[in-house]
Design a protein around this ligand. Structure first.
Ligand SMILES: [Zn+2]
Ligand SMILES: [Zn+2]
Length: 294
């Protein structure tokens, strides 16, 4: 399995000199299984560049898109995904069943003539919509398990398993209860402690992942003012990764106000916290263009 980051930013694109290393495009992650199955997590503005890459490298283009939810930063790139315009290409779009507005309606709405010159109906690829309910499902040899995240709207994380490897994509989720300091004594040292049952269930969901792509939009200091906005903090992300025993974590959904230097310091902070737990988890900042074989 190979994982490639096409968009790593949260909320709104943030291009410019200050974000050149981690990137300015919003959420989009490409997953390729060894047998060639294409799974795309979210269609933020990063999907435009992915689309150009796919058009240049494969014909026809076939794949599955998993939508965490329909906030702008996760759907806004869709109208610019050129493979969806071309006849002969095939895409299945998966999203949570219980959302207030279906994915199809949300995508069609953002392509009304008021906003965009081409409607969803005018996209010529074969596009199918699938509603995700509870439980695991399979697509072309890739096993997907959804998990409800704690966001301001219906939102799913995905555990994606193929080729004996596991990726967890968890964008846009907030701790259910976390004061940023929760730690317990552990054999002469300290360990992470998640007091809320739903946070422990989330740590179980990510358990043993080879890579966790994790919302870490706010520093713990920023979170004090942003509680209830649906996003995680550096400390929470680190504690979930350590408790879940994941091998690697990519901090994701960078705040648009965070420069490359700010993300560097967030990564450094997370590594320091994990080291204090004597955890072997490898932590880095998700960066546009970064491609990782699992
Ligand atoms: Zn988002
Ligand atoms: Zn969101």
């Amino acid at each position: 399995m190979r994982v490639t980051f096409w968009g790593t930013r949260g909320s709104i694109p943030a291009p410019g000199r200050a974000t050149i290393r981690y990137g300015g495009n919003t959420s989009c992650v490409e997953v390729r299984s060894d047998n060639g199955t294409l799974v795309i997590c979210d269609s933020g503005t990063g999907i435009r560049e992915l689309g150009l890459h796919l058009m240049a490298t494969s014909e026809p283009v076939r794949g599955h898109l998993l939508f965490s939810h329909t906030h702008w930063d996760h759907i806004q790139g869709w109208p610019f995904f050129t493979p969806a315009l071309a006849k002969g290409n095939e895409f299945t779009l998966h999203a949570v069943a219980s959302a207030q507005v279906s994915l199809e309606t949300a995508l069609a709405n953002q392509m009304q003539y008021t906003y965009f010159p081409i409607t969803l109906d005018e996209m010529n690829a074969d596009i199918t919509f699938e509603e995700i309910r509870e439980g695991t499902f399979s697509i072309d040899g890739v096993k997907i398990t959804p998990h409800r995240l704690n966001h301001t709207t219906d939102c799913l994380g995905f555990r994606i398993e193929a080729d004996g490897r596991t990726l967890v994509y968890a964008s846009d989720t907030e701790p259910h209860g976390f004061d940023g300091r929760a730690q317990r004594a552990k054999g002469g040292g300290i360990g992470p402690e998640l007091a809320h049952e739903a946070d422990r269930a989330f740590a179980e969901f990510v358990e043993g992942a080879d890579l966790l792509v994790m919302d870490a939009q706010y520093t713990d200091a920023e979170y004090v003012e942003k509680r209830g906005w649906g996003h995680s903090t550096t400390n929470y992300a680190t504690d979930v990764a350590v408790l879940g025993g994941v091998a690697r974590m990519a901090l994701f959904h960078h705040d648009p106000t965070h420069s490359d230097a700010a993300v560097d310091s967030i990564v450094k902070h997370a590594r320091k916290r994990a080291a204090a737990y004597h955890s072997g988890v490898e932590i880095y900042g998700a960066a546009e263009g970064l491609s990782i074989p699992l």
